[in-house]
Design a binder for this molecule. Structure first.
Ligand SMILES: Nc1ncnc2c1ncn2[C@@H]1O[C@H](COP(=O)(O)OP(=O)(O)OP(=O)(O)O)[C@@H](O)[C@H]1O
Ligand SMILES: [Mg+2]
Length: 238
């Protein structure tokens, strides 16, 4: 089982949106995904309550119960376990990071958001886990995105090869307990989330029973996969 934590110190930086959509994308690719919500706001859990489909499995636990919940998902032979975290709690994020094979750090490409990366970069250094920043809810402004990439690298962090733009379809789908690919599979938001999933899937070890994935092989895959940026045409809305 591959364990991915959505981390970040800033509120509203699209951690929950990223988690629920990646969990849905995983299901569409016939992978069994579990999503563990350790944020007391329970955004992912609330999303699950609004949903009719059985998958993905979503559970809400306190950080102190996280290790047990991850082990239960491993015992149940899930392929992917996503952990949705809260902002402003380095302790909880460190606990999640330590149980993870990869950290995804969604961030909006604005200066106040980018500055908070220092806190998360410290957690990445402390835990030594592979980590990627995903530029998310981005405006259609290539120069601003290029500057954000530079700022991310200045924190010693790597940039994921897929940018998720500000898309009404993404926000709308989550309010109905759906992933954007379920709500409007032809939308640009769906194309971007699928591209993010494809990239993540290319990093995940193949096969079901992979126990705590080998860090070096993940890093090798990450290096290979991130040589080329994946680009969905920009354009207003959806
Ligand atoms: N790509 C996107 N396009 C448009 N809106 C988005 C996008 N991604 C997220 N949003 C919206 O941004 C807001 C914050 O997203 P989300 O709740 O996922 O962030 P978070 O980091 O989990 O926040 P919190 O700090 O509350 O946990 C939500 O209203 C969500 O619908
Ligand atoms: Mg959240």
């Amino acid at each position: 089982m591959f364990v991915v934590t959505a981390a970040g110190a800033k509120g509203g930086s699209t951690r929950s949106t990223t988690c629920v959509n990646l969990a849905v994308e995983a299901g569409r690719a016939r992978k069994r995904a579990a999503l563990i919500d350790i944020d007391p706001q329970c955004t992912s859990m609330n999303w699950r309550d609004a949903r009719e489909a059985e998958m993905p499995v979503v559970t809400s636990v306190t950080p102190s119960r996280l290790a047990k919940a991850v082990q239960a998902a491993r015992d149940d032979r899930f392929d992917l376990c996503l952990i949705d975290t809260q902002p402003h709690s380095s302790d909880a994020t460190i606990q999640a990071a330590e149980l993870s094979d990869l950290l995804l750090i969604p961030v909006k490409p604005w200066v106040f958001d980018l500055r908070t990366l220092e806190t998360t970069a410290r957690i990445v250094r402390l835990t030594g886990k592979p980590a990627y920043v995903v530029i998310s809810a981005a405006p259609f402004a290539p120069r601003q995105i290029a500057e954000a990439e530079e700022a991310i690298r200045s924190h010693g962090l790597k940039v994921a090869p897929v940018v998720i733009h500000q898309r009404a379809a993404i926000a709308h789908a989550t309010t109905m307990g759906l992933g954007v690919s379920e709500w409007d599979p032809n939308s640009k938001g769906a194309q971007e989330m699928s591209a993010l999933w494809e990239w993540l899937a290319s990093i995940m070890p193949k096969g079901r029973a992979v126990d705590h994935a080998n860090k070096r092989s993940i890093e090798r895959k990450i290096r290979r996969s991130s040589n080329q940026a994946i680009s969905i045409p920009a354009g207003a809305d959806r």
